[in-house]
Design a protein around this ligand. Structure first.
Ligand code: GLN
Length: 195
């Protein structure tokens, strides 16, 4: 089983290292041919407007959209969550997203004063809190019926969501040493593959 990490821009290396530290085969994805070789895809944090443009110029947008529609498992973190969302508030007018998670997200939704912060989250199924680094994070402002919320922030807003085989986080799980979310994702991918 091979897990791809979208490597057009942003914090992709830390995802590769986290997955490899758990013993998984993780590879960078920049081309449609590389996408075709992976069983699942991590979409990292970075800048969603830039990633949207690069997805189009690399001719990855359409094949990736098709893989997601076929049920390829995915994990989107921060900008990656924005790319997976159905609706983007405060996006660029030409910014595109895949609609693989029926959520609305507000870009940079935590405001200027608290652009970046670190906190601890209680995550469904984890026996101790998970450190979470938020960097100009998106705020999840709506979740549809298909969406399960695995963790919320102090305000009760979703920060880890899942819909079918697609997971999303508003923060950067790859920037702390806690790899439990990567493990949960990778184990889920392995389980779905075995079925
Ligand atoms: N604010 C960024 C965006 O709109 C996301 C920030 C991040 O990924 N850390 O894409």
């Amino acid at each position: 089983m091979t897990i791809g990490v979208l490597a057009l821009q942003g914090a992709f290396r830390a995802h590769i290292l986290a997955l490899r530290s758990l013993g998984y085969d993780a590879v960078e994805v920049r081309t449609p041919a590389q996408l075709a070789e992976v069983d699942a895809l991590v979409m990292p944090g970075g800048e969603s407007t830039t990633m949207s443009m690069l997805l189009e110029s690399s001719e990855l947008f359409e094949p990736l959209s098709a893989r997601l529609a076929e049920g390829m498992p995915a994990l989107g973190t921060c900008a990656g969550l924005i790319l997976l969302a159905a609706e983007i508030e405060d996006g660029r007018p030409d910014q595109r997203s895949f609609g693989a998670l029926d959520i609305s997200v507000q870009r940079n939704g935590y405001g200027r004063q608290i652009e970046s912060f670190e906190t601890e989250l209680h995550v469904e199924g984890f026996d101790s809190p998970m450190p979470a680094v938020f960097i100009r994070a998106p705020r999840v402002t709506r979740t549809g019926e298909s969406v399960e919320v695995l963790a919320t922030n102090d305000l009760g807003e979703p920060v880890i969501v899942r819909s079918g085989k697609v997971f999303g986080t508003a923060f950067h799980p790859e920037l702390s040493s806690d790899t439990r979310l990567h493990r949960l994702f990778a184990e889920s991918v392995a389980y779905w593959r075995s079925k």
